[in-house]
Design a protein around this ligand. Structure first.
Ligand SMILES: [Zn+2]
Length: 453
C-alpha cells in the first residue's frame, strides 16, 4: 500500500478541517486506554495537539498543558476510532437511502472513524471522476472515507477495470461487492494485478446460478415458510475458489461477510496451509439466525442471509480464534418503502450505529473476547488489512478516537439513527456497552456524554 499517497490524502483533508478545529490542546484524562497497535491496556491520559496525538502517559499532565481543554474520561475506556472496511454509502446514485455525510454521521455515532466504501453505486466506482467526486464530498464528512473501486468495469463482469489509474486516483482497493466476479480467469488476473499494485482485493463470494431466486437461507425455516432458499453452497464454493486462486498465484485475497460454517472451515484450513487469505464477518452472522425470518419482516433479509444456529456458533468461534480476522458491518441502507414487502425488498441492513454495542454484548460480556481482542478486530487489524492510516493512538497519528462506557445499557431505536435508513435487524434489542464520544482529527463528531439514549 502506498502510505505516502494516503498520508497526503489525509493531510489534505486535515487542512480543510483546520478552520473548524476548536481547541489547540486537549487532554483525555483518566480513562482506561486500550491500543493494540502499541500493546497498551492501562489507565492513562491522551495528549492531543492540533488534532494530532502527541503522547500517552499516566500521572499528572506535563508542564505547559495546564491550559489545555480537559475531557474527563474517568470510568470510560478510550480506544482508537473503529475502522469499518465494508460499508455502502449509496453515493452517488441512491442518496435517498444514504449519502456520504449521513453515512459518516452514522459512523461517528457508532464510534467508527474510518470506513471503506463499496463501489456498487450508480454509476459504479469505475472511473477517476467518481473517485474524485467521493473524495470531495468526504472532505466534509464526520469520518475518513476510503473508496474501493470495481474489479470489473461497471461491475458488469466482462472486462477488468484499469486498476492502476483508479488506484492513483485514490481507490484504496478493489471489489465488485454486491456481485461475485463469476469468471474465475478474470478474478485470477485481477488478483495478480492488484498484488503488483499493492492494493487489497475483496471478494463477495456467491454463485448466482446456485442462488437462483433465493430470498433467505435454504433450510428448515425456508421450507416451512415456503420461501425460495439461498443454498450455502453458493457461498462456500466461491470462497473455496478464491482461496485456490490466491494459493495458485501466490497472491492475497480478502473474503467479505463470511456467514457459513462451511466457509469458516475452508478458511481455517487455508490459513493452516499458509494461504494469504483474510476475512471479515458482521455482527448479525454471529448473533442472529434464520429463525427470525418467521417474522416475515424484510429487515431480517440480507445477503448472505442469516443462517442456522450451527453456522452462528461456527462464525463466533472463527472470530474468537482469529480465523475470521475482522468485524465489519456491511452497512446496507434501504428506505422503509423499499423494505416494506418481505419478498420483493432488496437485501441489506444498516449496522454502523449498532455494531459496537452488539459486539460488546455478544463477544465481550460473554467472555468470548477480551476488550483488547475486540478493539484489535474492530480497529487495529482492519486498518492494517486495508493499509489505512488508522487504528492506532501512536504519537503522530490523527486524534481519531472513541470513548465508551463498557457497562451502560441501551435499547436500539432505529427512529434515533443518524443514518437516513432504518432497516436494522437489531431493532428493540438491548445492548451493554455504549459509545459516549467520538473524535475525528481532534474534532468532536459524536457526543453522548450528557444525554441518555
Ligand atoms: Zn457483499
Amino acid at each position: 500500500m502506498d502510505k505516502q499517497r494516503l498520508n497526503r490524502y489525509n493531510k489534505g483533508m486535515k487542512e480543510e478541517r483546520k478552520g473548524i478545529m476548536e481547541t489547540k490542546r486537549v487532554i483525555i484524562k483518566g480513562g482506561h486506554v486500550i491500543d493494540p497497535s502499541q500493546h497498551l491496556d492501562d489507565m492513562s491520559n491522551i495528549y492531543i495537539e492540533n488534532g494530532t496525538i502527541v503522547g500517552i502517559s499516566a500521572g499528572e499532565p506535563d508542564e505547559g498543558w495546564e491550559t489545555a481543554e480537559v475531557i474527563e474520561a474517568a470510568g470510560l475506556y478510550a480506544v482508537p476510532g473503529l475502522v469499518d472496511i465494508h460499508v455502502h454509502f449509496r453515493d452517488p446514485g441512491f442518496t435517498e437511502k444514504e449519502d456520504i455525510l449521513s453515512g459518516s454521521q452514522a459512523a461517528a455515532a457508532g464510534g467508527i472513524t474510518s470506513v471503506v466504501c463499496m463501489p456498487n453505486t450508480n454509476p459504479p466506482v469505475s472511473s477517476p471522476e467518481i473517485i474524485r467526486d467521493i473524495l470531495e464530498k468526504a472532505a466534509k464528512a464526520d469520518c475518513w472515507v476510503y473508496p474501493m473501486a470495481t474489479i470489473t468495469k461497471d461491475m458488469a463482469g466482462a472486462v477488468l477495470s484499469d486498476f492502476e489509474t483508479l488506484f492513483k486516483a485514490g481507490a484504496i482497493g478493489f471489489s465488485d461487492d454486491g456481485r461475485p466476479v463469476a469468471n474465475a480467469r478474470l478474478m485470477q488476473d485481477a488478483m495478480v494485478q492488484c498484488q503488483a499494485l499493492g492494493a487489497p482485493i475483496a471478494s463477495h463470494c456467491e454463485d448466482l446460478d446456485i442462488i437462483g431466486d433465493g430470498k433467505m437461507n435454504l433450510g428448515k425455516v425456508s421450507r416451512e415458510l415456503g420461501v425460495p432458499g439461498m443454498d450455502r453452497t453458493s457461498e462456500d464454493s466461491v470462497t473455496a475458489r478464491e482461496i485456490e486462486l490466491a494459493a495458485g498465484t501466490g497472491t492475497a485475497v480478502h473474503i467479505c461477510h463470511v456467514s457459513t460454517k462451511g466457509s469458516a472451515d475452508i478458511l481455517r484450513d487455508a490459513k493452516a496451509r499458509g494461504v494469504r487469505v483474510t476475512a471479515e464477518t458482521a455482527p448479525h452472522y454471529f448473533m442472529l439466525t434464520d429463525e427470525l425470518l418467521r417474522k416475515g419482516d424484510a429487515d431480517y433479509r440480507m445477503n448472505p442471509p442469516l443462517r442456522t444456529e450451527e453456522d452462528r456458533i461456527a462464525i463466533l468461534e472463527a472470530v474468537r480464534d482469529g480465523i475470521i480476522d475482522v468485524i465489519a458491518t456491511d452497512h446496507a441502507p434501504h428506505t422503509p418503502a423499499q423494505k416494506q414487502d418481505f419478498i420483493k425488498a432488496p437485501n441489506g441492513i444498516v449496522g454502523l450505529e449498532t455494531s459496537f454495542g452488539a459486539c460488546m454484548t455478544s463477544l465481550v460480556h460473554t467472555g468470548i473476547l477480551s476488550l483488547y481482542g475486540l478493539i484489535e478486530r474492530m480497529s487495529t487489524l482492519p486498518a492494517k488489512l486495508m493499509g489505512l492510516p488508522a487504528g492506532s493512538l501512536k504519537a503522530g497519528s490523527a486524534a481519531d478516537l472513541m470513548l465508551f462506557a463498557p457497562n451502560e445499557e441501551w435499547t436500539v431505536d432505529p427512529a434515533r439513527f443518524r443514518s437516513k435508513s432504518r432497516n436494522s435487524a437489531f431493532k428493540g434489542m438491548t445492548f451493554k456497552g455504549k459509545v459516549k464520544l467520538t473524535l475525528l482529527g481532534g474534532r468532536i463528531v459524536y457526543d453522548d456524554r450528557y444525554s441518555g439514549r
